[in-house]
Write a protein that binds this ligand. Structure first.
Ligand code: HEM
Length: 510
């Protein structure tokens, strides 16, 4: 009996390992297989997404345009060649969206975002998209201007705190008055992730949800604290790669699930008290008001209302947060560009930022090289089909796209694809915007998706980044902090990891 049990358990383990090591038999043979262990390298070694991309993905993706990749407890097809992406984006019926709520309904990440406009398919998606489009396309950006100024004050506060703490007046040869000479430009190191997150949360909540969650004005806004805990638990490469572990009674994962519930409850309490209880949603045109009206008309359920409010907050703050982080990083690395763009924004007010060639080409180049969502696998084939001309995919296979690879694809971007060259976008704003649209239409720029499922928040995000970067450029100059290790996040959303910068204020304090 003991031997049978042993053989059974050994059999299950061997079967599980074989399923993990080898792609299913019916997967296409004419595209490469990325070794299964690549997916959890970052869990074991100190490597980041760029290292993994350069070591294992770049070559095969560049050559074949699609690969077989183990991720999220299953084998997937990941595409990067623009023409293949165009096919996947266009043929929604064959490559149907299938988000985490369907793919891994048991996962903590599925409990976080639920069934929302990004992950839904067909008529359900259409009802979500219809409700959210007006509020995300036409919005008042004045809160972004106010928030960018508060953000600058918070940087300044950290500089002055830094200065005070680094002054030991008892040993200083200067007296305290000289040390605090207002003409002396405040300088100091600032750790960016938390500050940028507070800014992007404040922006999305005021612009799309219609109320201020206090993330910039209070040091410890409840929503910010709850979200911070959720994020530190969600983006762990072990659980991103093996979400099936969420089925086990692991105490830390049960805690993560509780944190997710608390964040969602806290957000919905704020929505209720700011928009519902005072009937504010009836007179306003925020994305959230439209969603609440849609719920009242019984077009969406209460769970779908909550899932979509959550996704506005989550996608709406996180993606701009990542892009802002990358912009700060690349400005620090390319001082020439920092000076050029500063000179450009100093001469223009906020309303003109969308027309500035240097600022906009700089931002587009950041998006190209460091797309905030570096890889997305959330489509599933609804039938047997041919990808491109000869890659035969079976039914029920997950298909995704590797955005880093497309943005650095030499056949589309030339030999300098790897290099940071904002000038590649063009010299005049018309050329730059035309190039941006052309690259999106041909899927060589897939950071905001494209076609019918194109990101609804692109306009909002770009506006937010322009406003924030212009405000900071006008007031400070910055470099990378000397002790910061130059690397990007190991898995999940892509941006420089734990970015630290050394700021100096440009404007005198009086
Ligand atoms: C730099 C910032 C942003 C980037 C790079 C970005 C990227 C993307 C991408 C790649 C998708 C498609 C996802 C997929 O394939 O499943 C998407 C969809 C979407 N994004 Fe964004 N996003 C950004 C900012 C925002 C903001 C600020 C919002 C505001 C709430 C937003 C709302 C949406 C929505 C609603 C969709 C779903 C569109 C649909 O399927 O109909 N995004 N975004």
């Amino acid at each position: 009996m003991g031997l049978y049990v042993f053989c059974f358990i050994a059999g299950v383990i061997i079967f599980g390992l074989v399923k993990m090591i080898l792609p299913p038999w019916n997967f296409p043979r004419n595209i490469p297989t990325i070794p299964f262990y690549v997916t959890f390298l970052a869990t074991v070694w100190d490597v980041d997404q760029e290292d993994i991309f350069n070591m294992y993905l770049r070559g095969p993706l560049e050559k074949h345009g699609a690969v077989k990749l183990y991720f999220g407890s299953r084998w997937n097809i990941v595409v990067s060649r623009p023409e293949l992406l165009a096919q996947v984006f266009k043929d929604e019926d064959t490559f149907a969206k299938s988000g985490n709520h369907i793919k891994i309904p048991y996962g903590v990440i599925a409990a976080y975002t639920g069934e929302n406009v990004i992950s839904a398919h067909g008529s359900i998606w259409r009802s979500f998209r219809k409700a959210m489009t007006p509020g995300l396309q036409f919005f008042d950006h004045s809160p972004m201007i106010k928030n960018a100024n508060i953000f600058c004050s918070l940087i300044f506060k950290q500089l002055t705190t830094f200065e005070m703490s680094s002054i030991d007046s008892s040993n200083s040869p200067l007296n305290e008055k000289e040390n605090l000479d207002p003409a002396f430009p405040p300088t100091g190191i600032v750790t960016m992730p938390e500050l940028i997150q507070r800014l992007s949360l404040a922006n999305i909540s005021e612009v799309a949800l219609g109320f201020d969650v206090g993330t910039l004005t209070k040091d410890n806004s409840e929503i910010h604290l709850k979200l911070k805990i959720v994020k530190s638990n969600i983006f762990k490469s072990l659980y991103l790669n093996f979400p099936m572990l969420d089925l086990l009674p692991i105490p830390s994962r049960q805690r993560a699930r509780r944190y997710v519930e608390e964040f969602r409850r806290c957000l919905m309490d704020a929505v209720r008290s700011n928009l519902v209880d005072n009937y504010n949603f009836e007179q306003t045109s925020f994305a959230s008001s439209d969603l609440i009206r849609s719920f009242h008309r019984e077009e969406i359920s209460e769970k779908q209302l909550i899932d979509n409010i959550v996704i506005v907050m989550v996608a709406g703050h996180e993606n701009p947060q990542l892009l802002l982080t990358t912009c700060f990083y690349l400005f620090a690395k390319h001082k020439k560009w920092q000076e050029l763009v500063r000179a450009e924004v100093l001469d223009h007010d906020v309303e003109k930022l969308g027309e500035l060639p240097l600022l906009n080409s700089f931002i587009f180049e950041c998006v190209r090289l460091y797309p905030p969502l570096s890889q997305i696998i959330n489509r599933c084939t609804t039938k047997k089909c041919v990808l491109g001309t000869d890659v035969i995919l079976p039914k029920n296979v997950y298909v995704g796209y590797n955005v880093i690879s497309t943005g650095r694809y030499r056949a589309a971007w030339g030999d300098t694809a790897e290099k940071f060259r904002p000038e590649r976008w063009g010299a005049s704003i018309d050329d730059i915007m035309n190039e941006w649209r052309h690259r999106k239409n041909t899927c060589a720029m897939s950071a905001f998706h494209g076609g019918r499922r194109a990101c609804l928040g692109e306009k909002l995000a770009l506006m937010e980044v322009r406003i924030a970067m212009a405000a900071v450029l006008k007031r400070f100059e910055w470099t990378l902090a000397p002790d910061w290790v130059d690397k990007v996040t190991p898995a999940g959303p892509l941006c420089p990891a734990g970015l630290k910068l050394s700021f100096t204020e440009l404007i005198s304090r009086d």
